[in-house]
Ligand binder design. Structure first.
Ligand SMILES: NC(=O)c1ccc[n+]([C@@H]2O[C@H](COP(=O)([O-])OP(=O)(O)OC[C@H]3O[C@@H](n4cnc5c(N)ncnc54)[C@H](OP(=O)(O)O)[C@@H]3O)[C@@H](O)[C@H]2O)c1
Length: 287
């Protein structure tokens, strides 16, 4: 029986990955900072990167579905033997490169630094790493974009966007990303490579939000406001502690295309993401 060590196992991509591994007969060691109950074939280890619980000397694969920089640092100093590493990064490393927001530029530096460090340390240890960079993620009610939009829309019955929010997006479902992680771990072609993982449909930001609002029970209304009025509405919302994470840079990006090519991932490990057909349950947290 093969064994996988999974970091970020309790997360929105980590959980479906645990199911995929279990369905394929793998034994899973799942790391979390919190306590969780074991299940057949799944053992939880409580700890964090700075204070790791005892780990086996060797596993068949390591999956990183949590913070990439902390994982890359830990891996470079660890002695665990694993022939395959699959780690999630983010396409933010490309899309936020020239952001006006200092925090976003810092995120880009950390993501790119962690990718390079992970490839370097895996090569040094004679193992092979694969980097997966999803676009905007949804599916388990825990993402910071569509689930937050759904939550606000449920509360207020409507959701405002600035006119012209037509930048293209490719929302990626967490189940497809979990499939991709497992498939990449089995692929010879994916060794030592990084892949963008967009969702299976490319659509304007406005249409993406409209589909979310339409699927809610009851549906919520989309309000398209002239930009000055939208900015004023946003300022009022922020002063009430709402939508603080919606930065000016994020508003600007609603008009910019963020499009990535799934072809290399399709070619090397059969990545086949679904079209964007949201349902209300995808925006409610799954416990
Ligand atoms: N969400 C998105 O839209 C998106 C987009 C592109 C890429 N990604 C990337 O895909 C990966 C998985 O994303 P996700 O949204 O599934 O993640 P998530 O649900 O936010 O978090 C994954 C897990 O990581 C663990 N974690 C968080 N902070 C930690 C810390 N400081 N130290 C140790 N463990 C920590 C948590 O587990 P415990 O609390 O159980 O320890 C958490 O459940 C991440 O690398 C993320 O950057 C996400």
């Amino acid at each position: 029986m093969k064994t996988a060590l999974v970091f970020g196992a309790s997360g929105q991509i980590g959980m479906p990955l645990l199911h995929r591994l279990g369905e394929r007969g793998w034994r899973v060691l799942a790391v979390s900072r919190d306590e969780h109950s074991d299940a057949p074939g799944r053992h939880w280890l409580q700890g964090e990167f700075a204070n790791m619980p005892p780990l086996p000397e060797a596993v068949d694969a390591i999956f990183s579905c949590g913070p990439l920089d902390a994982f890359a640092r830990w891996y470079s100093e660890s002695h665990i033997d694993a022939p395959r590493i699959v780690a999630f990064g983010s396409t933010s490393a490309m899309t936020k490169h020239d952001s006006e927001d200092e925090h976003e530029r810092d995120l880009v530096r950390r993501l790119l630094g962690a990718e390079a460090a992970l490839f370097a340390s895996s090569e040094q240890r004679g193992t092979t790493a694969t980097m997966l960079r999803p676009t905007l993620v949804y599916g388990r009610g825990r993402d910071a974009t569509l689930s937050r939009i759904a939550a606000l829309a449920r509360r207020h019955g409507r959701f405002p966007l600035p006119r012209g929010a037509d930048g293209l997006r490719q929302p990626a479902h967490v189940g497809d990303l979990a499939d991709a992680a497992f498939a990449a771990s089995q692929s010879v072609a994916a060794r030592g490579r990084a892949y963008d993982l967009p969702g299976g449909e490319t659509l304007p930001y406005r249409d993406m939000v409209k589909r979310v609002l339409d699927c809610l029970e009851p549906p919520a209304k989309l309000l398209e406001l002239p930009m000055p009025l939208f900015r004023l509405t946003l300022r009022v919302a922020r002063s009430r502690g709402i939508a603080r994470e919606l930065t000016d840079a994020a508003v600007q990006r609603m008009r910019e295309d963020m499009v990535f090519d799934a072809a290399p991932a399709r070619r090397d490990f059969g990545y086949a993401p679904r079209a964007f057909a949201p349902t209300a349950d995808m925006f409610k947290p799954v416990l």
